[in-house]
Structure formats: C-alpha cells, structure tokens
Design a protein around this ligand. Structure first.
Ligand code: NAP
Length: 256
C-alpha cells in the first residue's frame, strides 16, 4: 500500500464515519486510506478477508482508525447487518463509498448468463443494497455523502464489456434517482467515473491493450488510484455540499 506522503488533497473529516466497499485492494484501499488520513473512522468491507486485514492494519499503524467487516456486497441480509453494526459501534454513518466491482469480459454473443449475473450482482445490486441500508442511519444523522464508483464504460460503452458497462450505466441511473430521493434528508449522492486506472483490474487487460489505451488518452497515461481517491475525497468533503446527482469523470480526457 502506498504511503501517506502521496496525499494531495487535504480535507477535514474528523470523527466522521465512513464505509468503503471493496477496500482490501486497488481503488478502495487508497480511498479508505485517504478517508482515514483525513480523520474519518473507516469501516472497510470486502470478501477478501486476508487482504482486508492487511489494509486495516496498515491504516491503523499509520495512525488512522479503521475496522474490517467481511461482507459480500450481494448478500442482502449481511449488508443490512454490517451497516447496522457500523452505525451502532461508531454511533453514526456519514459517508458511503460503493466501490466493490468486478469484470467478466466477453463479447455479447459469447456472454454467459453467469458472467452477466455476477457482474450485475456485485456492481449494481451491491451498490443498491448498501445505499438502501446506509440511507437509514444517514437520515437519522440528518446528513450523508454517498459516492458510487461508476466507469466511463458505463457512459461510452466498451466492446467486450456488455455486462460491465450495463452495470455501470445502472450505477449512474441509480445515483441520479437516489440523489433526488434523498436530497430532502441532506444526503448527497454522486458518482465518480474513472477511465483506465492502474490497478489489478486494469492489469488483466494485458500490455498491448494498456499501451493502446495510454496512446488514446489525451493526458498520455493511465490514471492512478490517487487520482480517483482525490475525487472521492472532494465529494465527501464540505466543499462539495451543494453537489448532488453529479458524475465526476476522472479519465485523463478519454471522453472529450
Ligand atoms: P480491484 O483491484 O479488482 O479491487 C476490487 C475489490 O473488490 C477486491 O478486493 C475484490 O475482492 C472486492 N470484491 C469483489 N467482489 C466483491 C463482493 N461481492 N463483495 C465485496 N467485495 C468484493 O478493482 P479496482 O480496479 O480497485 O476497482 C474498484 C472499482 O473501480 C470497481 O467498481 C471498478 O469497476 C471501478 N473502476 C475501475 C477502473 C480501473 O481501471 N481499475 C476503471 C473504472 C472503474 P477479490 O480480491 O476477492 O476480488
């Protein structure tokens, strides 16, 4: 895990309570680390219990406050239970980052039912389940920030990713609708749509495709997890209190 010195955006989230799904590695790990470094207590959610324990240990070792909750985001009962536990243990819930996501790429004519169901289940149903559960304690606290990790694939489409791009377009639709439903409760709901970011997920694309994507990206590089974490941190901060229903694209100019 990269060190504290890489933080570029300084926001004050002292004593706020955050949930980050898919926090064991990749973008979720960097987001959890930066929320904790900004003063938040972070409940880190993942199915990968070994890596999750390592993430939480390193946050706590750096002086942050984090706790691990093993949870499959598609398991409705477990999601409800985890959100209830977090709100009870830490007394409130201020921030939810729906980040857990997977790919199972295939062309539409070869796409298996299981590949479709798995990706829609984790990326879209998981986002819905955590959002529904988190709305309760956030409403009670009369404030909240929900930040959903979408993707440019959900906006521009991407051959081989019919399941993934549909799930992320769904996340954007969910974001806009829930932002309208929860604004009266002082809960903002926004999405961050990353382009190609250098994580294990992007590494699966292979060197040739990564070189091609880099060449097609106006800023001439893949994004870093820090680029995405900074956007999340901004949307979680007081500075973003008048922003809701927005999709913040972090893609190096790919969609321009
Ligand atoms: P990653 O490195 O693959 O990490 C995803 C994490 O989510 C892993 O720890 C994974 O556990 C966990 N996870 C998977 N299924 C889960 C489930 N059912 N319940 C709870 N946790 C689960 O992915 P990433 O690149 O950081 O991506 C994070 C988010 O950003 C995703 O929503 C992704 O779609 C989005 N995104 C990424 C990129 C990119 O270029 N990297 C671009 C656009 C959007 P396992 O280790 O067990 O799989």
């Amino acid at each position: 895990m990269s060190g504290q010195t890489q933080r570029r955006l300084i926001v004050d989230l002292t004593d706020q309570v955050a949930i980050v799904t898919g926090a064991a590695r990749g973008l979720g790990q960097t987001i959890a680390r930066d929320l904790a470094a900004s003063g938040a207590i972070v409940a880190c959610i993942d199915v990968n219990e070994d890596l999750l324990a390592g993430t939480v240990e390193s946050i706590n070792a750096a002086g942050g406050r984090a706790a691990a909750f093993a949870c499959d985001v598609t398991n409705s009962e477990r999601v409800t239970e985890v959100v209830r536990q977090v709100a009870e243990q830490f007394g409130r819930l201020d921030i939810l980052v729906n980040n857990a996501g997977v790919t199972r790429d295939n062309l539409v004519m070869r796409m298996k039912d299981e590949e479709w169901d798995l990706v829609l289940g984790i990326n879209l149903r998981g986002t819905f389940l955590f959002t529904r559960a988190a709305a309760k304690p956030m409403s009670k606290g009369k404030r909240g920030r929900i930040i959903n990790i979408a993707s440019v694939s959900g906006m521009m489409g991407n051959p081989g990713q019919v399941n993934y791009s549909a799930s992320k377009a769904g996340v954007i639709g969910l974001t806009r609708t829930v932002s309208r439903e929860l604004c009266k409760r002082n809960i903002t709901v926004n999405a961050v749509a990353p382009g190609f970011i250098a994580t294990d997920m992007a590494a699966k694309l292979g060197e040739e495709l990564i070189a091609q994507i880099t060449a097609e990206t106006p800023l001439g590089r893949l994004g870093s997890p820090q680029d995405v974490a900074d956007a999340v941190l901004f949307l979680a901060s007081e500075a973003a209190s008048f922003i809701t229903g927005h999709v913040l694209v972090v893609d190096g100019g790919l969609m321009v």
